[in-house]
Design a protein around this ligand. Structure first.
Ligand SMILES: *[C@@H]1O[C@H](CO)[C@@H](O)[C@H](O)[C@H]1NC(C)=O
Ligand SMILES: *[C@@H]1O[C@H](CO)[C@@H](O)[C@H](O)[C@H]1NC(C)=O
Ligand SMILES: *[C@@H]1O[C@H](CO)[C@@H](O)[C@H](O)[C@H]1NC(C)=O
Ligand SMILES: *[C@@H]1O[C@H](CO)[C@@H](O)[C@H](O)[C@H]1NC(C)=O
Ligand SMILES: *[C@@H]1O[C@H](CO)[C@@H](O)[C@H](O)[C@H]1NC(C)=O
Length: 338
């Protein structure tokens, strides 16, 4: 009888100690405070796998600058409280599809600077609360729309500095709360017209440093809350008429370092908020502007709104030869001839 009692007590104490523990994986640092438990394992070249005995009450895990190359289904099992998972600067190449099935409280996932070429289609099926997803600086060549279809809570998505060449039009369809989307430093050549049509809350969109040559008309018609749009360092040769007509909140528009020779008349007329926040808001420098009668609209706009423009004094004509290198703002109407 007594033996039985002792056994029961031993078993119970064993379980209570495994379910709430102050153990910390070796080589890591753990900080147990009232409602957050952080586990930090950084700068460990010898770490090749996620440590086994992560405390189950962990709310923040940072395993960064290690040599981990794969994540398996067992790695984060039972971490029901986990809110932030920082896995930047590892050697991750492979992530198994069930690795996040227990972490339904996850709000932040940072996979910056790894070697990922793809992700499993169902990886995020249970992470309904994910608000910030950072996939920056990997080797992603394509994005599977099924990755994001359950992420209605997502507010920020960073896909910059990957190898993306194209995107399917339904890729971002279910991201109805997205506010920030970074697609910069990829190899995107053309975007489907409806790519952003289901993102009414989008405020910041970075498409800089891609290979874009043209946009379909209407590409930005539904992102009516956009206030920050970067299109710099692409190969844009032409802006379709009315492309910016539905962007009444736009504060910053960067068209610099493209291949634009002209802008269509009235293209900037609806941008009432341009420069409202920082005084300046438009950058059109580093384009081969053709200073003839087709540029009269832009010239006129510039003479009125030059205070809202970055680098006015280096916004120059490339052609015709006689006006090459001349500042557009200083031209006279007679010089803009056809
Ligand atoms: C542990 O976490 C608490 C609360 O987040 C923080 O105030 C404290 O500075 C942390 N301690 C260490 C050693 O990092
Ligand atoms: C932690 O608990 C305190 C009060 O108990 C609360 O104010 C705070 O928001 C909590 N922090 C988190 C991250 O849940
Ligand atoms: C960790 O990875 C780096 C970079 O790939 C490599 O040079 C180093 O030898 C690896 N260290 C160990 C212990 O595996
Ligand atoms: C998008 O979300 C809705 C519910 O809000 C859901 O019914 C639908 O299946 C989701 N789309 C995809 C492709 O999962
Ligand atoms: C700029 O556009 C012209 C056609 O308008 C094209 O011939 C030229 O190659 C383009 N330059 C760059 C750097 O893309």
């Amino acid at each position: 009888m007594d033996m039985l009692k002792i056994t029961v007590v031993l078993i119970l104490s064993y379980f209570s100690s495994t379910f709430s523990t102050t153990d910390c994986p070796s080589y890591c640092t753990c900080n147990f405070s009232s409602n957050t438990t952080s586990v930090t394992c950084v700068s460990l070249e010898t770490l090749l796998k996620v440590p086994q005995n992560i405390p189950t009450q962990a709310t923040i895990i940072s395993i960064e600058f290690t040599n981990i190359s794969t994540l398996t289904d067992k790695d984060f099992v039972g971490l029901l409280q986990l809110q932030e998972l920082h896995l930047s600067n590892n050697l991750l190449e492979y992530i198994s599809s069930g690795v996040l099935k227990d972490t339904q409280q996850l709000r932040v996932l940072d996979l910056t600077n790894n070697l990922l070429t793809t992700l499993p289609p169902n990886l995020f099926n249970m992470t309904f609360k994910l608000a910030s997803l950072i996939l920056q600086s990997n080797r992603l060549q394509t994005v599977n729309p099924s990755w994001f279809c359950k992420l209605q809570s997502l507010e920020s998505l960073d896909l910059s500095n990957n190898l993306l060449t194209s995107l399917l039009s339904n890729t971002f369809n279910n991201l109805t709360n997205l506010q920030v989307l970074d697609l910069s430093s990829n190899k995107l050549e053309f975007l489907p017209a409806n790519l952003f049509s289901k993102l009414p809350n989008l405020e910041r969109l970075n498409l800089g440093k891609n290979q874009l040559t043209i946009f379909a008309p209407g590409t930005f018609n539904h992102v009516i809350n956009l206030n920050y749009l970067l299109l710099n360092s692409n190969k844009l040769v032409k802006i379709p008429k009315g492309l910016f007509n539905n962007l009444p909140q736009l504060d910053t528009l960067d068209l610099s370092d493209n291949n634009l020779t002209s802008l269509p008349p009235r293209i900037l007329d609806n941008l009432q908020q341009i420069g409202a926040k920082w005084e300046q808001g438009l950058d059109i420098s580093k384009n081969p502007w053709m200073c003839n009668c087709d540029l009269r609209y832009l010239w006129q706009w510039l003479t009125v709104n030059f205070k809202k423009v970055y680098f006015v004094s280096t916004t120059l004509c490339a052609k015709p030869e006689a006006l090459r290198g001349k500042e557009i703002k200083t031209l006279s109407e007679e010089e803009l001839m056809c």
